[in-house]
Design a protein around this ligand. Structure first.
Ligand SMILES: C[S@@+](CC[C@H](N)C(=O)[O-])C[C@H]1O[C@@H](n2cnc3c(N)ncnc32)[C@H](O)[C@@H]1O
Length: 209
């Protein structure tokens, strides 16, 4: 039997250390190896953006939010931390990034996030209520600072994925919420009404009519 004093000390330590991840992007990115940290500015959602986006998508307890192209899981883990009554899921095509997401989840003790390794085109969007999208297909148009070189990027690949997502979003019911960050907007069907945006319009929030 552990004395109660030791158990309380342990719980405080876990709580305090897990809260420290959310102080700044630099702190959060320490969950990942250095190569992944260096990609953060360009490829992973900043904490304040993730928090705002998650607040909009977590509109009721029990909602299921999918990050389409979840990278190392930054959006999902931040959303899950601040909105514990909502489940955050991420689908990611790169196995290495998926593994980093799972490792970060273990380190942060987050229970309401889940990561899947695979392609968006193998994912049934009808299992989710709301969606987050950080311009995941843009790597096919702009080859500067790539995450890695494991895919053949091309305009036709961009168009194929954008059209696929557009069609899948069009089939979702009225009330579906969508957040797009840094996106060209090619994937947003006209039934989705813009209801809020950041001043620079990089973060846009939609609800399907
Ligand atoms: C800009 S990063 C955003 C990562 C994460 N959503 C975040 O905000 O921190 C886009 C990610 O989408 C992934 N991705 C691109 N196309 C995909 C596809 N068809 N299926 C699954 N993941 C994809 C990329 O591998 C990359 O990790």
């Amino acid at each position: 039997m552990f004395p109660l004093k030791n158990i309380l000390h342990y719980l405080c330590r876990v709580n305090t250390s897990s809260l420290l991840w959310y102080n700044s992007d630099a702190d959060f990115d320490k969950l990942y190896p250095e190569r992944i940290q260096r990609l953060s500015d360009r490829h992973w959602t900043p904490i304040d953006v993730a928090r705002k986006a998650a607040a909009f998508l977590a509109n009721a307890p029990g909602k299921r939010v999918l990050d389409i192209g979840s990278g190392v899981g930054k959006f999902c883990l931040i959303g899950a931390h601040f909105f514990p009554l909502v489940s955050f899921y991420g689908i990611e095509q790169r196995e290495e990034l998926y593994r980093h997401a799972v490792d970060a989840q273990v380190a942060t003790h987050i229970k309401n996030a889940m990561f899947l390794h695979g392609n968006l085109t193998q994912t049934d969007l009808s299992s989710y209520d709301n969606f987050y999208f950080y311009n995941s297909f843009f790597e096919n148009l702009d080859e500067r600072d790539p995450i890695d070189n494991q895919f053949d990027y091309s305009i036709s690949r961009y168009l194929y994925y954008s059209r696929y997502l557009f069609n899948a979003l069009e089939r979702r019911p009225a009330g579906t919420r969508l957040v797009f960050y840094h996106s060209l907007g090619d994937e947003v069907p006209s039934a989705y009404q813009l209801v809020d945006a950041s001043d620079d319009m990089l973060l846009r929030m939609y609800i399907k009519r």
